[in-house]
Ligand binder design. Structure first.
Ligand code: G3P
Length: 218
């Protein structure tokens, strides 16, 4: 399972990279805005800065919603760095843009996916990744993890290469549920990744080991 971090915050990306378990980064216009990055030039510079921290897989999202605009923006984003994966919303123009970019060997991430049918189209169009938003489905009392299972079943039926990237992960339990379902990738907030470290028995056990060591050395 690949781990991506879902943020545009450079310190958080550096911290996750330093753990040695990070495979990539996902961003979106809301996450860029949260960091106060304004204007195309600054946004592109920020993507470059992210690419300098991680080894690969930096999802950069187009903001155009028409086919021509999406492919032009996708080509520009792909020029920033070889690590860029062009993130495209799953709308009609988006499917066409994914087909176009994928035919040009540019990696794509189909985003804002909420149904198995949307995921099927993303795979048919040749998307590298498909991003079902599991937290937002849970928010409306649907099951995000069930959607992950359905997409994995469909992709397995037809041997699609598109990787299932569980997105809109809100907490550590989501990561475990996605891993149990077999998601190829989880993109997570840093807090959810760090939550995987935590167990009270680890802390209690370590305290006891160290106390016994200190006693034996006295
Ligand atoms: O990866 C998609 C993510 O950024 C959306 O998360 O928490 O806004 O639903 P959220």
């Amino acid at each position: 399972m690949k781990f991506f971090i879902d943020t545009a915050n450079l310190q958080e990306i550096e911290e996750a990279q330093a753990l040695g378990i990070l495979d990539g980064v996902t961003t979106n216009p809301s996450l860029m805005a949260r960091e106060g990055i304004k204007g195309k030039e600054n946004i592109y510079k920020h993507y470059k800065a992210i690419c300098q921290i991680v080894d690969d897989n930096v999802s950069a999202e187009v903001v155009a919603t028409d086919y021509e605009g999406m492919i032009n923006e996708g080509l520009e984003l792909a020029e920033i760095d070889q690590k860029i994966v062009v993130k495209v919303p799953l709308i009609e123009a988006g499917i066409k843009a994914i087909r176009y970019l994928s035919d040009k060997n540019i990696r794509t991430n189909a985003t804002l996916v909420f149904s198995p049918g949307q995921a099927l189209l993303a795979a048919k169009a040749g998307a590298t990744y498909v991003s079902p938003f599991i937290g937002r489905l849970d928010d409306i009392s649907e099951s995000g993890v069930e959607l992950i299972r359905q997409i994995l079943a469909i992709y397995s039926n037809y041997d699609f290469d598109t990787q299932v990237l569980a997105a809109s992960i809100r907490h550590t339990r989501h990561i475990i549920d996605c891993a149990l379902a077999g998601a190829d990738v989880a993109t997570c907030p840093l807090s959810a990744i760090k939550g995987l470290l935590k167990h009270p028995l680890t802390d209690i056990g370590l305290e006891k080991f160290l106390a016994d060591y200190r006693k034996s050395q006295a």
